[in-house]
Design a protein around this ligand. Structure first.
Ligand code: AMP
Length: 413
């Protein structure tokens, strides 16, 4: 029986692996430039952490988590997103006491038992940033600048940045009340919406099934208290100052419970139904709710696979250059050791090349065929006559030319 990768997972290789590394490199550089430091947390955590932070009524927690018991009966879950683990670490490592403002970024695999389709997987990669200890709208704006700058650095142009404010515990209950009243008057809500109406009425706003039935829905922006209104205006002014185009999206609520005030989502016109590239927002109450000091926070994450899909459509992959491949071959078997030593030295030289060979026990013709197959740009041939003169032969595999260079010289490679 041949094994297959589990449904909803995929292998990343060749130019996609190259693109993924490049996306990670670019994002890390941008995070670091803004003073964010890397924080790596475990791939699995206490399942309760996600229940408490993401929210029991959310799709992620109620339907999509990979939960399992370890041999001691501990209930654990593969992380479905990055924020909960970062907040847990922030509290556990007492960063909430020792640093006035913590800026962290992360990168890694997330797991959600979703129905797989293009751009939606059960294991996928996210990169994100979390900014603790700064309640100013400038932190919200900076987080959005990070997201937008990363996407433009990987060549994605066709995006829309949608923002909304979810208010605070003072003003959101009034909005919630207005929503319940409004939605209760709508007939034939879908099954999900009927349950959401009781547990989480905000989520009806982003229902894909019922959305056509919802006209003149109450808008959170009409219910914001003075503090939240001023805050939301400042976020918008700061985004304008940073030259970030955005649109206000009254229906944007996001699928996680912990958000307050600013939420945002970045979508790409180039992708199909799974068009969300990145999302995030402010979550001022989560650190306290999980047992830490009262610490405001704002963050975001982007899905690396979706960013790659959009980047590929923007021509980013064509700019990626594979390392030049160099193959070391031997015309005479007795030179194998010398060629092997040369090959190792070449790899150690720090040149931006990929070295292969030599291969023992094969004719020169079949070695050259092999070099062609792996798309080597150059083949270095160790041949007795030249070697005795301290020389090696370099073959240009495309031009079909060759020349001799001194054994010690790597310059021409
Ligand atoms: P979320 O944590 O749901 O806010 O998602 C943040 C980003 O992660 C989204 O904008 C997507 O780019 C990506 N993402 C979320 N779920 C998936 C999935 N199942 N497969 C691939 N990417 C995903």
């Amino acid at each position: 029986m041949a094994f297959k990768a589990p449904r909803g997972t995929h292998d990343i290789f060749s130019v996609s692996a190259l693109a993924m590394s490049e996306v990670e490199k670019i994002a890390k550089e941008i995070f670091k430039r803004h003073g964010f430091e890397e924080l790596r947390t475990p791939i699995f955590e206490d399942a309760g952490l996600f229940l408490r932070s993401i929210g029991e009524a959310t799709d992620i927690v109620s339907k999509e988590m990979y939960v399992f018991e370890d041999k001691k009966g501990r209930k654990l879950a593969l992380r479905p997103e990055g924020t909960a683990g970062i907040v847990r670490s922030f509290i556990e490592n007492r960063f909430d006491l020792s640093i006035p403002a913590g800026k962290f970024f992360y990168s890694g695999e997330m797991f959600r038992y979703e129905r797989p389709q293009a751009g939606r997987y059960r294991q996928f990669n996210q990169m994100g940033a979390e900014y603790f200890g700064n309640s100013s709208p400038s932190a919200d704006a900076e987080i959005m600048v990070l997201a937008s700058d990363i996407l433009s650095a990987v060549g994605i142009k066709d995006i829309s940045i949608n923002i909304n404010s979810l208010g605070c515990p003072k003003c959101r209950p009034l909005f919630r009340e207005a929503l319940v009243k409004y939605f209760s008057s709508i007939k034939d809500l879908c099954v999900d919406c009927q349950t959401r109406l009781e547990k989480n009425p905000l989520r009806l706003l982003d229902c894909k099934i019922d959305s056509d039935k919802f006209t003149n829905v109450p808008r959170m922006t009409d219910y914001l208290c003075d503090g939240c209104k001023t805050d939301f205006n400042s976020v918008q002014n700061l985004l304008k100052a940073a030259k970030i185009n955005f649109i206000i999206d009254d229906k944007l609520v996001r699928g996680l419970d912990y958000y307050n005030r600013t939420v945002f989502e970045i979508r790409s016109g180039a992708l199909g139904s799974q068009d969300a590239l990145a999302g995030g927002g402010r979550y001022d109450n989560l650190v306290k709710e999980l047992g830490g000091q009262d610490t405001p926070a704002v963050g975001f994450a982007f899905g690396a696979e979706r960013v790659m899909l959009a980047a590929e459509k923007s021509g980013f992959f064509e700019k990626l250059k594979e390392r030049k491949k160099v193959f070391v071959a031997i015309a005479d078997q007795e030179l194998f050791e010398a060629a092997f030593a040369f090959s190792i030295e070449l790899a150690r030289s720090g040149k931006n090349i990929a070295v292969s060979g030599p291969i023992n026990g094969k004719s020169l013709t079949s070695q050259l065929k092999f070099a062609d197959k792996i798309k080597a740009a150059q083949t270095i041939v160790f041949a007795k006559t030249e070697f005795e003169k301290g020389k090696i032969i370099i073959k240009d595999m495309l031009q079909k030319t060759q020349k001799e260079i001194p054994l010690s010289g790597f310059e021409d490679l």
